[in-house]
Design a protein around this ligand. Sequence first.
Ligand code: NAG
Ligand code: NAG
Ligand code: NAG
Ligand code: NAG
Ligand code: NAG
Ligand code: NAG
Ligand code: NAG
Ligand code: NAG
Ligand code: NAG
Ligand code: NAG
Length: 876
Amino acid sequence: MAARPWLHLLVVAAAAAVLRVHGQGAPDITGFVSIDCGIPEKSSYVDGATRLPYVSDAGFTGAGANHNVSAEYITPSFSKRYLNVRSFPGAPRSCYTLGSLAPGSKYLLRAVFMYGNYDGLGRPPAFDLHLGVNFWTTVNVTAAGAAVLAEAIAVVPDDSVQVCLVDTGAGTPFISGLDLRPLASALYPQVNATQGLALLGRRNFGPSDATLVVRYPDDPYDRAWAPWVDPEDWSEVSTAEQVGGLPMAAPSAVMQTAITALNASKIIEFSWDAVPNHVYPTPRYICMFHFAELQSLDANATRQFYITINGKPFYRLPVTPDHLFTNVVYNTEPHWGFNQYNVTLNATANSTLPPVINAAEIFSVMSTASVGTYSQDVSAITAIKANYQLIKKNWMGDPCVPKTLAWDGLSCSDDTSDPPRITTVNFSSSGLSGAISLYFSKLTRIEYLDLSHNNLTGSIPDVLSQLSSLKVIDLTGNHLNGSIPSGLLKRVQSGSLKLRYGDNPNLCSNGDSCQLTTKKNNAVYIAVPIVAFVVVATLVLLLCLLRRKKESSVKPQNEVINARPRSQNGNAHGLPQLENRRFTYKELEAITNNFKRVLGRGGFGSVYDGFLEDGTQVAVKLRSESSNQGVREFLTEAQTLTKIHHKNLVSLIGYCKDGEYLALVYEYMSEGTLEDKLRGKDGNAGSLTWRQRLRIALESAQGLEYLHKACSPAFVHRDVKTSNILLNANLEAKIADFGLLKAFRREGDTHVSTDRVVGTHGYLAPEYAAVLQLTEKSDVYSFGVVLLEVITGRPPILRCPEPTSVVQWARQRLARGDIEDVVDAGLPRGGYDAGAAWKAADVALRCTAQAPAQRPTMTDVVARLQECLDLEEGRR
Ligand SMILES: *[C@@H]1O[C@H](CO)[C@@H](O)[C@H](O)[C@H]1NC(C)=O
Ligand SMILES: *[C@@H]1O[C@H](CO)[C@@H](O)[C@H](O)[C@H]1NC(C)=O
Ligand SMILES: *[C@@H]1O[C@H](CO)[C@@H](O)[C@H](O)[C@H]1NC(C)=O
Ligand SMILES: *[C@@H]1O[C@H](CO)[C@@H](O)[C@H](O)[C@H]1NC(C)=O
Ligand SMILES: *[C@@H]1O[C@H](CO)[C@@H](O)[C@H](O)[C@H]1NC(C)=O
Ligand SMILES: *[C@@H]1O[C@H](CO)[C@@H](O)[C@H](O)[C@H]1NC(C)=O
Ligand SMILES: *[C@@H]1O[C@H](CO)[C@@H](O)[C@H](O)[C@H]1NC(C)=O
Ligand SMILES: *[C@@H]1O[C@H](CO)[C@@H](O)[C@H](O)[C@H]1NC(C)=O
Ligand SMILES: *[C@@H]1O[C@H](CO)[C@@H](O)[C@H](O)[C@H]1NC(C)=O
Ligand SMILES: *[C@@H]1O[C@H](CO)[C@@H](O)[C@H](O)[C@H]1NC(C)=O
């Protein structure tokens, strides 16, 4: 028997710049990223073979230097990609960042390396490749003129992914090209959040052109199918007809050719060698074999064969390929433990024809289970890096992971189950200048902060005192001024914090006797000229009495903004609640990073994520041009929120009225809406416990009660619903969206009639929907619906079997005495106090009584929900 054909790994002949003419319907390339590394910044071109646009890598990495390969290695058949490289001398880890991805989706990443003696040293290097924080493969370039290819298929957890080259002491890492392709989720079922595949070989058997690599557009995912022809061992078969198949099948252009056994032995054999590396000394292999019958067989003919690997069945049944339709045979449990893998396709005794195979893919399994540093810590340290323009040699990639590559000056927590957190920042003697970055206060698990012996100026920010884990701050040897802020002094006095600040000539260490020498903060914090709003708004000027101002007004979120020194003449004290900041549109662009991340969309426009300069996270609601909610609603909301403050109403940090642009800036509610928490698509739906639900219901009720009772004339929210109840990181509930708010006078008039129904279907009180009669009791009704949603986990309108309101649905079941049937099935049985559940359901039914007079007031509702919560807590 002739020598077994071998699958040659990684090294592909970099040939195949065959120009293919594309038809009209070239597959979608949305999400493709195609990078030619080492070409001049901003340059781009269309690849001759695939017609895909390739761009310079300059926008994807901040490191390295460009080189041309040596002329002797340039052959006309080489793709343009191989003619230049970017190399990274002296850097332990160098990364490319690819963004705008869909978190949790599958991607193919492909990196190519053609050394071509670009550095004139004649020594091809070896180095490691990481995908994010996980080891991918070792790139071992053994021939100066060969292109080495590395490909990974993995689920990307975030909206960006890093590909990093890691110097392992065997030469300077370099790269020629980098591609990213989105994959449909049905492809490569072995790939999940914690397991990826690293390609060993992907072969197209028996193509007529032995130099042609099939790629895009023949393969819509632009996988590279390398030809494998071996006429001494195999005979080739092909068809001109299209070969169909499921999404995971090889593309038709690949399936149209195949090989069969050459003679009567009826056996096809081929092999691969295990390729161990220092991370995977015993690699584990996954195979995907693609079969299709390309001939029309006589009725008496059969083609049937077994697949074995090293003599063991790969698949226990014989394979009979379908005519012009691809079958994919693959394993999910990897094969491992051999140095060599012999694949045999052996015809069954019944078979009249030899076996056939069209394509094969061999992968080794790679773990993608390591998680990167806690994302808020990454954003903060990245902002700090940018702020001080810190160019430390290993400040690339993840700050903490892997440990061996953690950034100089940082130490991190070492808990394997959770994302690592930054616990120490030591920038002693690092040449830092300028103010102490407020982003330090976002490193919420930091214990040691050493900024000694730099050239830091300005005052010490008091927000640092809120870092509860912080044990030591060393500010020795800087040019700080002002005094030690009171918060920090308190921590020092209580012994929870050591503060070193010696050798700061301008710093006054005795807080009380120091004169503040700092200038006031920039004049961007202007007290809101409410009057301007009122003039524009055609609304009656509402006088809110703020009856319980002292107890219920919350401390404004924006600590730093309000912490600025107040003038001595005393009138400043009454003002803080009105002291909302006015933003320019330009500032909003900066705060939201050009409106990059959308938190939600509503009738008003979109809500964006943002950070103030001090690191406070905010939500920015920007009125869109096409908004059906008008300027008037916008102004109502702004005006209301500047006047009323309660811990269960979302608070306003500032607003923007800049030309056409209208926006409101709120405190950030990290846990989103109650609706999403109860029924959202985001996987955490139904995750609230019964106790959390009761607390959220109670707090929402308190917010509404405040609206109804604290102001004169009273406010009616008019759009109470679960999507207008927001939750912060502590799951505290706050009512939002006051754009439809309406005031009316209590005395005499018991209701107002409005000109049109506003609000949301499913939540509208019957009298309001029918005769436009509006009182606080309309809000009580809507709140009853919210309460039923909280109890049942169901939407206000149930769709099955026919549209029914949750009110009617619950009423029927409760009438049968059936509380278990009503309470959200997602809650564990016995996970709640049945008495409390009955009581809560009773409150909800009273709130949703037909006649407004029969409904309780929000004050009653608050009292009853408090009792429910007490019952539930008593159970523990
Ligand atoms: C068939 O081919 C195999 C290897 O390719 C060879 O060993 C064998 O002798 C051949 N058999 C015949 C009958 O030609
Ligand atoms: C690469 O070669 C081109 C000319 O072919 C030249 O313009 C360019 O400067 C070279 N780049 C480097 C980094 O040497
Ligand atoms: C690279 O390959 C060569 C030849 O196969 C081998 O000697 C060398 O140890 C390999 N280097 C690494 C880092 O794997
Ligand atoms: C991914 O697949 C592997 C192998 O089947 C399995 O052990 C692992 O639990 C899976 N991970 C997830 C997150 O499903
Ligand atoms: C199958 O049938 C055809 C005629 O229908 C005949 O020519 C051929 O020899 C048969 N082949 C076998 C393997 O029996
Ligand atoms: C694979 O086949 C070759 C002969 O072609 C044989 O020498 C080798 O032992 C086989 N390997 C295994 C693991 O079966
Ligand atoms: C192929 O299958 C036949 C029976 O169908 C069996 O006798 C033979 O040993 C098998 N050969 C190999 C290499 O598995
Ligand atoms: C062989 O063919 C017979 C008759 O067609 C069938 O009953 C039997 O299951 C086949 N054997 C195998 C291994 O497929
Ligand atoms: C920071 O590093 C310096 C030396 O670089 C060292 O003397 C100092 O103790 C370190 N500080 C902390 C808090 O570890
Ligand atoms: C510190 O900063 C001040 C003001 O920016 C500058 O004048 C001075 O040269 C700096 N000193 C050092 C040692 O960098």
